[in-house]
Design a protein around this ligand. Structure first.
Ligand SMILES: Cc1cc2nc3c(=O)[nH]c(=O)nc-3n(C[C@H](O)[C@H](O)[C@H](O)COP(=O)(O)O)c2cc1C
Length: 451
């Protein structure tokens, strides 16, 4: 099974309010290399596949038409750029992979290609790109480019990925770097090519600014869950992050994703599906109970509302409570609408329902399929069930609260998974790159449709 740990360089990743946890080191550690190098060493000692960084551009200013609730509750603000952290983590680890989020809407593809080639060189082939199209329109107000509607963002992203991959895969031939001192030639220009891309969104001549890195193309990750997002994932993604509601319905979604990939001409098993789950694992029942109480106490309803409104691109404070949410869909993530549909297929969800759903702290349940909460044995049982019934390839673990959660994953959960023979006890020395960890030693090229 594959295990990623999901985080962000901000004080309270994923779970709002949890920076107040007494043992938390994230609130200040997020901006310190000491903190991150410690986390990376810890995850590598536990043989985790990759540390995965979320990232956004702009601020969550949709709720109440203001960024102030987000600032108050540290909703992905303040945050620092995770890209800068990665080389430092690569320097203190040998095998741990890194996946980092990078927006196709707010950066040019030529810059993207150079950045990921640089990261791939500096990490020795351990980098992945979480391709996002970005849902916050506030980035536009900071001069980062135009905010496009949901599906158009994906259309543009299709071309974006094609450009980046052309730069990585077609610009520099193998053997182009000759370093022939006698001939006074560092690289052979005959083996370096322009990509001469002219498209609907981009004109990029090339050649690529970097020589080929160990993986050439970073491992391509994606998390789209809408119909358009699923098509994008089935086309471009090697690893897909899913937030499935339970193993039975999850199995349908995974099958749909693999079927779509097959329809497009890919090996359906080349799509690695990872279920995203909150992890709150404890040594004993009593400890789990204590954690659940703490969870309710620390939960920030205001923070959750600020985050969800940003995701949805809808201000839930601006509508009468009885308004059906289906009537006020924004241009943010469409996944939330799908999530509500799965939660109550026949229900007409109103603004009041959603406000309540999002803002209310609910005690985690030991038998909940979505959260990995409970004793270590219970959580490991649940993970086995996911693997068997939903046909997922692994998990994208969201530790809660962050510091304690990472400790518990490494000290409690992974040893139990290893005891059960479900997770590696050492990295395979033959698998040098992150891609090889997913596809086996010797697999070098991107395992999705050709660019
Ligand atoms: C596990 C996970 C991590 C994500 N990380 C980010 C992120 O760091 N930055 C971002 O802008 N979007 C992020 N997203 C949002 C997705 O890129 C995408 O916008 C979202 O899943 C909605 O896609 P859809 O509109 O196709 O449903 C993430 C989604 C998931 C499920």
């Amino acid at each position: 099974m594959h295990l990623n740990v999901f985080t962000q360089c901000s004080p309270s990743p994923q779970f709002k309010g949890f920076w107040r946890h007494p043992a938390d080191r994230t609130a200040t550690g997020y901006r310190s290399l000491d903190y991150w190098t410690g986390v990376a060493r810890q995850l590598e000692a536990a043989c985790v596949d990759a540390l995965f960084f979320a990232d956004i551009h702009g601020v969550y200013d949709v709720y109440q038409g203001s960024w102030r609730p987000a600032v108050r509750q540290a909703v992905q603000i303040p945050s620092i750029d995770p890209v800068l952290v990665i080389p430092a983590l690569a320097a203190v680890t040998r095998r741990l992979g890194f996946a980092v989020t990078y927006s196709t809407t707010y950066h040019p593809p030529y810059e993207c290609a150079r950045l990921f080639s640089s990261l791939d060189h500096l990490t020795g082939g351990r980098i992945g790109w979480n391709i996002v199209t970005s849902y916050l329109r506030s980035a536009t107000e900071n001069g980062l480019g135009d905010f496009l509607d949901h599906d158009k963002r994906y259309d543009r992203a299709d071309e974006y990925v094609a450009v980046a991959r052309a730069l990585w895969e077609r610009s520099w031939q193998d053997g182009a770097v000759v370093m022939d001192a006698e001939a006074d030639m560092f690289a052979d220009p005959g083996l370096v090519h322009e990509i001469a891309h002219r498209g609907r969104w981009f004109d990029v001549r090339g050649p690529h600014q970097c020589e080929p890195s160990p993986q050439r193309t970073p491992v391509l990750y994606q998390a789209g869950a809408s119909a358009r997002g699923l098509e994008f994932a089935a086309t471009h993604a090697e690893v897909v992050f899913l937030t499935l509601p339970d193993p039975a319905r999850g199995a349908e979604q995974v099958a749909q994703l693999r079927a779509k990939a097959a329809e497009l001409g890919r090996d359906p098993r080349s799509v690695k599906a990872l279920q995203g789950s909150m992890v709150m694992v404890a040594g004993t029942r009593e400890e789990a109970r204590r954690r659940a109480e703490e969870y309710v106490r620390l939960w920030s309803g205001e923070g959750q509302l600020a985050k969800w409104c940003g995701w949805m691109d809808v201000d839930l404070a601006a509508y009468p409570g009885e308004t059906p949410v289906s009537e006020i869909a924004g241009q943010g993530s469409q996944s939330f609408v799908g999530f509500l549909k799965r939660l109550g297929p026949d229900k007409e969800w109103t603004v009041d329902d959603v406000r309540y759903l999002v803002a209310t702290a609910r005690r985690p349940r030991r038998n909940s399929p979505v959260t990995l909460f409970g004793t270590v044995e219970e959580v490991a049982d649940r993970m086995e069930e996911w693997l068997e019934r939903a046909d997922v390839d692994g998990f994208n673990l969201m530790p809660c609260p962050t510091t304690q959660g990472i400790d518990d994953i490494c000290r409690l959960l992974i040893p139990e998974l290893q005891r059960r023979g479900l997770f590696r006890t050492a990295y395979d020395p033959q698998e040098e790159t992150l891609r090889e960890r997913y596809y086996g030693a010797g697999v070098r090229s991107a395992q999705c449709l050709p660019a």
